[in-house]
Design a protein around this ligand. Structure first.
Ligand code: FAD
Length: 560
């Protein structure tokens, strides 16, 4: 019966969406991205393209795929689906309701942007094509509200689009993800974290306003002062409350150059103490500075006169050979033997990574300042390396690795990723129980393993994002860590990695660490309720308000 209902719905949809026609199955002249936007596709090519994602673990085929040419197409689709579900509900129909899933860059790894046979996927990449060059609008004038420059950005825009458009005006967003080929709507539905988060907060802390198509098919503008509950619900909201079609992103003057530094540590507590010290000193810095002079003269008593704008870290585990992943090619090749023997000697070593912004092309002052900064740190002597790169090259640093992996056929492989937020008070225990035990013993880890701290006060409690509870730890937790196992495996090996993920999660649960998953995936409502903890009641309440028919982003498996 579901099949027929969906068929009926789609027929109705086609006749109602004025100007939107179903296209014929592709002929040989059409390769993927050249289809015109504004069509509803039910052919196998379109449907199977929407049935996979970056994870290559979950596969689910939707009934149809909307290639929107405008926001209006999305509004119409959601409206029809909503009306349909309401009618069904009033008729006490037992068939599954229709669902709608926005699909951004589909760089989720567990099917979060998918819909099943009762759903329509909205391919936001088609909207990007349809309104490319119009989807990032930079406003630099300081007289406008909110204060400071901002960009109005389509939810379908990639962060690289935002960066390129903003830089033409000498400005840029302040909070990033490591990889820029993700959509604004997709990362704002999670949090959007990277090495800038300790200082500027996640991307969801740097949004002024949004346009959202809610689950009742209304296009609503929301901000901290208008429709505030929708605004905070959507940020970190896992696509549950509406489809973001516009976001107003805060901008600042863009740095010109970046001094990019990595240091190796053999001792975990030295590594984390240095990370925590650095983010504590630098997080409190005044954020608005338009001139280099102001940046350079800014000294808050920490003894460090730098603009540290990025801090991350990673773990290197001895696998009996040279480390190889998209992040390992930083040190000079001549250092490789020394690094290999350091890893072999300690079995697990750590790499602290930071970046210092320079606002002019004359950045000789960085030499002395960097030297001073490094003097206070306890990395293994002789294992620090730095390079100067342009701001764009720094932010877009993962792209080179991606293209290389793509050329070797190693990008479109299973990615059983596990991302965790670990309270600061338990991170040493995590190191000994996970990195130095589970990971070493199982010896299946491929791809980067990231570890870096963030400041809790840069996260807004009102958003839907979930971070470790301050109360779950013995002490006041001002800082928590993100740990990312960004595994990539062969098509055969991912189950072993998944076994390791399970063991890690069980270890954390058994130890009562109060760990939370980031980019979480669960199969049941009960597990989600536990994940949200004290935020669950509000999350559910917001769901019944903004998506009462529980149509949106079914691939998260929270309400579906
Ligand atoms: P999708 O996977 O397409 O969608 C994600 C979810 O959001 C789905 O539920 C979908 O239905 C919903 N959604 C999509 N668009 C919208 C919209 N416009 N409105 C409402 N809901 C929507 N994350 C970080 O925080 N930091 C990183 O450094 C980072 N690096 C990454 C690097 C790589 C190589 C990859 C593959 C992922 C990385 N991620 C990172 C994770 C990434 O932020 C999330 O997977 C994000 O969801 C990807 O965006 P997307 O556009 O592909 O979203």
């Amino acid at each position: 019966p579901t099949y027929f209902i969906v068929l009926l719905f789609i027929t109705r949809l086609i006749s109602t969406l004025q100007g939107i026609k179903t296209s014929k199955p592709p002929n040989h002249h059409h390769h993927g991205r050249h289809f015109p936007a504004g069509t509803l596709r039910t052919d196998p090519t379109a449907v199977s393209a929407a049935a996979t994602d970056y994870g290559h673990i979950v596969h689910r085929r939707p009934a149809a795929v909307l290639h929107p040419s405008s926001v209006d197409d999305i509004v119409k689709l959601v409206n029809l689906a909503y009306d349909h579900n309401v009618r069904n509900h009033n008729n006490n129909s037992t068939s599954a309701g229709l669902t709608v899933a926005a699909r951004g860059r589909s760089h989720s790894v567990r099917g979060q942007a998918m819909a099943a046979a009762n759903g329509v996927v909205v391919d936001m990449m088609r909207l990007r094509t349809a309104r490319f060059d119009k989807n990032v609008n930079v406003v630099v004038s300081s007289s406008s509200k909110p204060p400071g420059p901002y960009a109005d950005v389509g939810g379908e825009a990639l962060w690289i689009d935002v960066l390129e458009a903003a830089l033409r005006h000498g400005v840029a967003p302040v909070s990033w993800t490591d990889y820029l080929y993700l959509t604004v709507g997709g990362t704002l539905s999670n949090a959007g974290i990277s090495g800038q988060t300790f200082r500027h907060g996640p991307q969801i802390s740097n949004v002024h306003e949004m346009d959202v198509v809610t689950g009742t098919g209304k296009l609503v503008t929301c901000s901290p002062s208008t429709n505030a509950d929708l605004f905070y619900a959507v940020l970190g909201g896992l696509g549950q409350f509406g489809i973001i079609t516009r976001a107003r992103i805060a901008l600042r003057p863009a740095p010109k150059k970046v001094r990019w530094v990595r240091m190796l540590y053999s001792d975990f507590s030295a590594f984390t103490s240095d990370q925590e010290r650095l983010i504590t000193v630098h997080a409190s810095r005044k954020q608005e500075h338009d001139t280099t002079a102001e940046v350079r003269n800014h000294n808050d008593g920490g003894g460090l006169d730098l603009e540290l704008d990025y801090l991350e870290g990673s773990v290197m585990v001895d696998r009996g050979g040279p480390p190889s992943n998209w992040r390992s090619s930083f040190f000079p090749t001549s250092d490789a033997p020394r690094i290999v023997s350091l890893v072999a000697q300690h079995r697990v070593i750590y790499c602290l990574e930071l970046a210092i912004n320079s606002y002019t092309n004359h950045h000789h002052h960085l030499d002395t300042e960097l030297e001073r900064l490094l003097q206070g740190l306890s990395y293994v002597p002789g294992f620090a390396h730095s390079k100067d790169v342009s701001y764009v090259d720094f932010l877009d640093r993962v792209r080179g690795g991606e293209l290389e992996l793509q050329s070797r056929g190693l990008w479109e492989v299973p990615h059983p990723w596990l991302n965790l937020f670990v309270p600061k008070s338990r991170i040493a225990e995590f190191d000994s129980g996970v990195f130095k035990d589970i990971v070493l013993r199982r010896n299946v880890t491929t791809g980067p393993v990231l570890v870096y701290p963030m400041n809790r006060n840069k996260w807004d409690e009102r958003t839907s994002a979930v971070i470790p509870a301050a109360a779950e730890a013995e002490e006041e937790e001002d800082v928590f860590y993100t740990v990312g196992f960004l595994h990539s495996s062969g098509h055969e090996g991912w189950e072993e990695v998944e076994e390791q993920n399970r063991e890690i999660v069980e270890f954390c649960e058994r130890s009562g660490m109060g760990v939370k998953q980031y980019l979480a995936h669960y199969a049941t409502t009960e597990e989600w309720a536990r994940h949200f903890g004290p935020k669950w009641t509000r999350f559910r309440h917001r769901k019944s308000e903004f998506d009462p028919m529980k149509m949106l982003s079914p691939g998260q498996r929270i309400f579906n």
